[in-house]
Design a binder for this molecule. Structure first.
Ligand code: HPA
Length: 280
């Protein structure tokens, strides 16, 4: 199934990138809300707007720019996705993970997924950072749905350690070293774009979730399918619906993200440098 139209599209995108830069990243990072300014931590060699790639999905969300940044973070060669696409934007789930698959084809060995999330665990507080231990992704369709693209990975990929334990340990060590406390927990992806109802959040808690968001789980599946080592950090921007007696808003998400940005950027820089060492 390597003549799959999605695979052809991926190859065309790869060729388009390679016409612009031959930069070889070792690790990839998806910059979620709260890491918009991460570009300043990078020594940028090339920037490619998603819209410059053939039929590439582009982000329609406020606060999400859409481009690949190729460059160095503390000397480590990295490709960063500044902005991601979400399933709720109307793309097929397979299109939603196109950028992730492109990172895989570009040769990254490890991928750090970051996001803004609501705190489902009532012991969490807005502003907390959470290293993702596992996920619940079954509330959105599988990004692997459809004929399998055998050259990317197997039909029935193992997900028993979808978030790499050693990479998570590295995240915790870097947090310790920098004096940035980290929670740990399970991320659940809901389809959005509406925030959840209080009862949905109760359900999520019963299922063992600690943080809720509208991205990431499908990306982790697509990356793991390709054999990438995956890690994730959620920034808890708000308590999930029904925990506090107040409505949720995108403004609150962005405001908390802005407050946490400096620490989050510092952590992610150090984590990416450490990942480069761990995967060298
Ligand atoms: N729910 C879903 N996605 C989110 C939330 C939330 O409470 N906060 C930030 N992203």
């Amino acid at each position: 199934m390597n003549d799959h139209p999605l695979y052809r599209q991926l190859q065309q995108c790869l060729e388009a990138v390679r016409r612009i830069t031959d930069f070889q990243p070792q690790t990839g990072v998806v910059l979620g809300s709260g890491l918009g300014g991460f570009a300043q931590s990078m020594e940028i060699e090339a920037a490619i707007p998603y819209g410059d790639l053939p039929d590439f999905p582009v982000s329609t969300v406020d606060g999400h720019q859409g481009r690949f940044l190729f460059g160095y973070v503390q000397g480590a060669p990295v490709v960063a996705m500044q902005g991601r696409v979400h399933y709720y934007e109307g793309y097929d789930i397979q299109q939603t993970v196109m950028p992730i698959r492109l990172l895989g084809l570009l040769g990254v060995k490890a991928l750090l997924l970051t996001n803004a999330a609501g705190g489902v665990n009532t012991a969490f507080q807005p502003g907390d950072l959470m290293a993702i231990t596992d996920q619940i992704g079954v509330f959105a369709p599988s990004p692997l749905r459809g004929p399998n693209i055998d050259i990317l990975g197997p039909r029935f990929p193992d997900m028993s350690q979808i978030y790499d334990r050693a990479l998570r340990q590295t995240i915790l060590e870097q947090g310790d070293k920098l004096g940035i406390p980290l929670q740990q927990g399970v991320y659940i992806q809901f389809p959005g774009p509406a925030f959840e109802t209080p009862q949905e959040i109760k359900m999520a808690r019963l299922l063992g979730a600690d943080a809720v968001g509208m991205s990431t789980a499908c990306e982790a599946i697509a990356a793991r399918h390709m054999g990438l080592r995956v890690a994730g950090i959620s920034l808890i921007t708000n308590m999930a619906a029904g925990i506090l007696d107040q409505p949720l808003s995108h403004t609150e998400v962005n405001e908390t993200a802005a407050r946490a940005e400096a620490a989050f950027c510092r952590l992610v820089s150090h984590v990416l440098a450490a990942f480069a060492e761990a995967t060298a």
